[in-house]
Design a binder for this molecule. Sequence first.
Ligand code: SF4
Ligand code: SF4
Length: 88
Amino acid sequence: MTGKIIIDIEKCKGCGLCVMACPKGQIVISEKSNKKGYFPAKFKASDNCSGCAMCAIICPDAAIKVYKNCSTTKANNAQTANSTKGKA
Ligand code: SF4
Ligand code: SF4
């Protein structure tokens, strides 16, 4: 499963918590400042984002939205537990 994030750069204060939290190293701090003068986080936009949402969870300003690409996840639905309660 892969994912991607969208960072609202005007909400971001450039604290860097998401950079440290991302287990895949998918976030860096931009060299361009936003309107408030902060240097916001920037998504690398590679295929390595897992969609784990650690970055969004840790962000104190709720500046990150996570999108998961669940393209082929139909496999595990076949097991519907047939609870046969012995009626007889
Ligand atoms: S969703 Fe997970 S892998 Fe993707 S950028 Fe955020 S912390 Fe990194
Ligand atoms: S945790 Fe939030 S506020 Fe801090 S750098 Fe990341 S997106 Fe910006």
